[in-house]
Structure formats: structure tokens, C-alpha cells
Design a protein around this ligand. Structure first.
Ligand code: MTE
Length: 332
């Protein structure tokens, strides 16, 4: 397989190289199926996939995106896509337990309809969006992003959603807004580990406004051409592919614009280990382990080599300018 890599280690896409032909064709077929979906269907199970598909860009457009040269298209990786069964069964979602298998086992209790996301704080247009309205706010696309967890494993996942910037533009942040906070659901009735002492619930994450506006930052509703499984953060989560996975909050209920850097769940739990920025950086180790290499889920086995972790997870050309004047060792 031919893989072209430029100076920053970013791997440029050619659609047939994205993944195995079979996985690629199956996904294409599914998206096509979804694109023919019935209007107004409830967003659960098959009916839900069909309803969501109305908001997903047509296969032709997607194909252009994969092979294209736009800023966002450059974000599509050429790595082999992780198997769906791995991406949906090896998870971090501490509200449902701390073992990797817990979320898939326990998240069936999560109630994802009705669902609202309230936009609050320093914006001209505060509003509570119903999930259906949010789904249709902008055309959805499939984007294949690497996900690198701070713990040293990674996956390559075809997410479905649109740039968070589309929503941000609609709600018009005030000039004083500098940060965006993402508050996720903390419902002790449906989430068995909310109340445990691991974290200070709710799970809160945040970005600087310019990071949130970067076109790579994806407001995500689906993966592998389907609605998000509960364990992956249904019905709506963030995916910030150049940062460690914990920055990508799941099951978001509130997005708040602020002028001060928000406290985030992992930063509150262990500030010296989990910084506000948490950009993927092979040169800045976690205090308890190296971040120079990673294990790609699905490549385990006795002889599987660890991969070198890429600066900004391979998205350097799209995001390095956000940190031009910063000491990334201090502001990790
Ligand atoms: N969001 C919430 N609400 N709760 C969590 O425990 N875990 C984070 C992030 N988002 C987490 C969360 C971590 S540590 C990672 S690595 C990613 O979700 C994992 O996403 P995935 O399970 O879809 O791969």
C-alpha cells in the first residue's frame, strides 16, 4: 500500500487507501442506504439512522471530500479504519464504569430522547436546541480521524457530524468570549458511576474559542455511518482529533461561552497530569509514562509494533498556528 507522508508526518488521502476495500464499500453502501431514509422518523434504531441520514452529505460529496484538498479534507487519515466492534467495545465513559468494557455493558440505560443542548453565556443568541434541530443545523459529513487516548492507545474512526464552528457562528459569541465549556450529562438514575468519587461530576471539558472554531473540531452525531452507540457518547459528543481523547466530551447537554479558562473534570482531578490544552505531543511525557509511542487498537498481538505518536496527532499543519507563541511543555 502506497502512503504519502509530507514533512509534518501527515498522511495524505487517496480514497482507496483509507481502509480495506470491503470496509470502505460496506460503509458506502450504508451511507447510501441512509441517504434514502424516510422523513420525520424517530431517531432510534434503523428509523433513527434513516432520519439522521437526511442530514448527511451525499456519497458523491463525501467521495470528493476524501480525495479533495480543502482544509478539512486534509484531516482525513489514510490509516486503516479500526473495526467497529473495537471502537464500540473498548471505551472510556466513566459515568458507566472505569473498565474499558463497562460502557458497552452498562450504557444501555442512557436515555437519548428527548435531548436538548443549551447554549449559554457570552453569546448574542442563547438558545436551547432540541437534538433534532441540532442534527439538521448543518450538512453532516463523514470524517476519518485518529483518536489518541492519553493512556497510550489509539483508533481510527469514521465519525459523522459537522464542524462545531457552524453552530458557534449561529449563536454569535460576544467579543468578550474566549473559551467554550462543554458540560455533559450526569444523571445518577441512568449512569451507575455518577456519584463515584473518581471525578467531580458532571464531566466538563473546554476549549479556547479559536480551538473550538477550528474546522477540525467536530460536533459528532454518528460513527461508521450510524448514530453514535450510547457508549461512544450518544446522542452528541465532541471530537477534537489533535488532542488527547479526554478532551472530547460525550453526551453533551450544555455549551457555555466564557471569558475565563473553565476548570475541567480531569484537570480538577489531577492538574499536574492533565493540562487544559492536552494537545497530543510525543515530546511531553505524562508524569507517569511516555507519550512517544502508542498502541493501535486492533493491532495487538505478540509482534505488533508500537506506533510513533505524531505531533498534534498528525494534524500539525492544520493546528500548529493556534499555539505559535506558546511553550507547549509548560502549557501541556
Ligand atoms: N466523556 C464523558 N462524558 N465521560 C468520559 O469518561 N472519557 C473521555 C472521552 N469523553 C469520557 C468522555 C476519554 S478518556 C476518551 S479516550 C474518549 O472519550 C473515548 O472515546 P471513545 O470511547 O468513543 O473512543
Amino acid at each position: 500500500m502506497l502512503i504519502k507522508t509530507d514533512h509534518d508526518g501527515f498522511i495524505h488521502p487517496v480514497s482507496s487507501e483509507i481502509t480495506s476495500e470491503k470496509v470502505y464499500r460496506d460503509r458506502r453502501a450504508l451511507i447510501k442506504l441512509m441517504a434514502g431514509g424516510a422523513a420525520g422518523a424517530a431517531l432510534t434504531g434503523w428509523a433513527g439512522r434513516e432520519a439522521m441520514a437526511q442530514a448527511i452529505s451525499k456519497p458523491g460529496k463525501h467521495a470528493a471530500l476524501v480525495g479533495g484538498k480543502s482544509a478539512v479534507a486534509g484531516a482525513v487519515t489514510m490509516d486503516k479504519v479500526t473495526e467497529y466492534k473495537d471502537a464500540s467495545s473498548y471505551n472510556n465513559y466513566y459515568e458507566f464504569g472505569t473498565d474499558k468494557a463497562d460502557p458497552a455493558r452498562n450504557a444501555g440505560t442512557l436515555v437519548t430522547r428527548p435531548w436538548t443542548v443549551s447554549i449559554e453565556g457570552l453569546v448574542k443568541q442563547p438558545k436551547t436546541y432540541g437534538i433534532e434541530e441540532l442534527l439538521k443545523l448543518s450538512a453532516q459529513e463523514e470524517r476519518i480521524y485518529r483518536m489518541r487516548c492519553v493512556e497510550g492507545w489509539s483508533m481510527v474512526i469514521p465519525w459523522v457530524g459537522y464542524s462545531l464552528a457552524e453552530l458557534i457562528k449561529k449563536v454569535e459569541p460576544l467579543g468578550s468570549a474566549k473559551y467554550v465549556e462543554f458540560v455533559t450529562l450526569a444523571d445518577p438514575k441512568t449512569m451507575p458511576f455518577v456519584g463515584s468519587r473518581v471525578l467531580d461530576w458532571p464531566y466538563v471539558e473546554a476549549l479556547r474559542l479559536d480551538e473550538a472554531m477550528n474546522p477540525l473540531t467536530l460536533l459528532t452525531f454518528g460513527m461508521y455511518g450510524e448514530v453514535l452507540p450510547n457508549q461512544n457518547g450518544a446522542p452528541v459528543r465532541l471530537v477534537v482529533p489533535w488532542k488527547y481523547g479526554f478532551k472530547s466530551g460525550k453526551s453533551i447537554v450544555k455549551i457555555r461561552f466564557t471569558d475565563k479558562e473553565p476548570r475541567t473534570a480531569w484537570n480538577k482531578a489531577a492538574a499536574q497530569e492533565y493540562g487544559f490544552y492536552s494537545n497530543v505531543n510525543p515530546n511531553v511525557d505524562h508524569p507517569r509514562w511516555s507519550q512517544a509511542t502508542e498502541r493501535r487498537i486492533g493491532e495487538d498481538g505478540l509482534f505488533a509494533k508500537k506506533r510513533k505518536t505524531l505531533m498534534f496527532n498528525g494534524y500539525e499543519s492544520q493546528v500548529a498556528q493556534l499555539y505559535a507563541d506558546m511553550d507547549l511543555k509548560k502549557l501541556f
